[in-house]
Design a protein around this ligand. Structure first.
Ligand code: ADP
Ligand code: ADP
Length: 233
């Protein structure tokens, strides 16, 4: 079933008298369970598209249907609600709270979901175990390696059982070996049925995705199934 559908979406930024067409007309359809990489040179519109797909921004024109709902014209509050329910974000810089333990960081999104403290801790502990960090639940971010921090961030992204995991340059701050560990984790998440979209400019990372969408100048330049997908299996 289709989880993401964009119909001719555009995004225009106005800066003084200048008009920037960051996205001109982008139509893509992504099914539940797909593992997609968005690629393209700097300025091609990747961040703009990710922001719209992640309900952080709305298109200037066209429609975006997420999980059957047209979110194109939602207010900020409505978007925030959709975001909490549907999207798990993973960032290049991890975005963990430095004074909180792994467990507290992972449990954070559950506060708005109405769980008790013990339920939150139990779910967060299980999420940490699912990324191989059950033994690091009491550690703070600065007591963890970069790869471990990113795995905490991935556990946090998974905690609300989102429809989509959106990862923006998830290996951008990691060394090569650690990057592959994160790609192996994504491969496992994909095998479990998670929908994954990641933005990357590294071919070496995109090769793990099963579909590669390339943007150029605010348009889809190519959209191909990666028949030659690299796996750890
Ligand atoms: P990418 O992520 O591929 O580098 P972006 O989506 O960040 O591309 O940017 C696409 C184009 O839109 C670029 O020309 C960029 O300078 C411009 N742009 C992006 N965000 C803004 C903004 N908030 N205001 C003005 N221009 C922007
Ligand atoms: P990246 O492509 O790694 O996300 P960018 O430098 O393109 O980094 O964008 C960082 C942030 O700044 C994004 O949120 C983007 O929307 C915004 N941005 C990019 N270009 C411009 C611009 N020309 N003016 C204002 N904001 C911009």
């Amino acid at each position: 079933s289709t989880i993401i559908e964009t119909h001719d979406i555009s995004r225009v930024y106005r800066m003084g008298s200048e008009t920037i067409h960051a996205l001109k007309s982008v139509s893509i359809s992504i099914n539940k369970g797909e593992y997609v990489a968005f690629m393209g040179p700097s300025g091609s519109g990747k961040s703009t598209l990710m922001n719209i797909v992640g309900c952080l921004d709305t298109p200037s024109g066209g429609n975006y249907i997420l999980n059957g709902n047209d979110v194109s014209n939602m207010t900020d509050n409505e978007l925030a609600e959709v975001r909490n329910k549907e999207i798990g974000f993973v960032f290049q810089t991890f975005n963990l709270l430095p004074r909180q333990s792994s467990l507290e960081n992972v449990a954070l999104p559950l506060i708005y979901a109405g769980y008790s403290k013990s339920q939150r801790e139990e779910k967060a502990q299980r999420a940490l175990e699912s990324v191989g960090l059950g033994h690091r639940s009491g550690h703070k971010p600065n007591e963890l390696s970069g790869g471990q921090r990113q795995r905490v961030a991935i556990a946090r992204a998974l905690i609300n059982d989102p429809s989509i995991i959106l990862a923006d340059e998830p290996t951008g701050n990691l060394d090569t070996k650690t990057s592959y560990e994160i790609m192996e984790l994504f491969e496992n998440l994909h095998a479990k049925g998670n929908t994954i979209i990641m933005v990357t400019h590294e071919e070496d990372i995109a090769k793990y995705a099963h579909r590669i969408v390339r943007l150029r100048d605010g348009l889809v330049e190519s959209d191909i199934i990666n028949d030659d997908v690299t796996t750890f299996a």
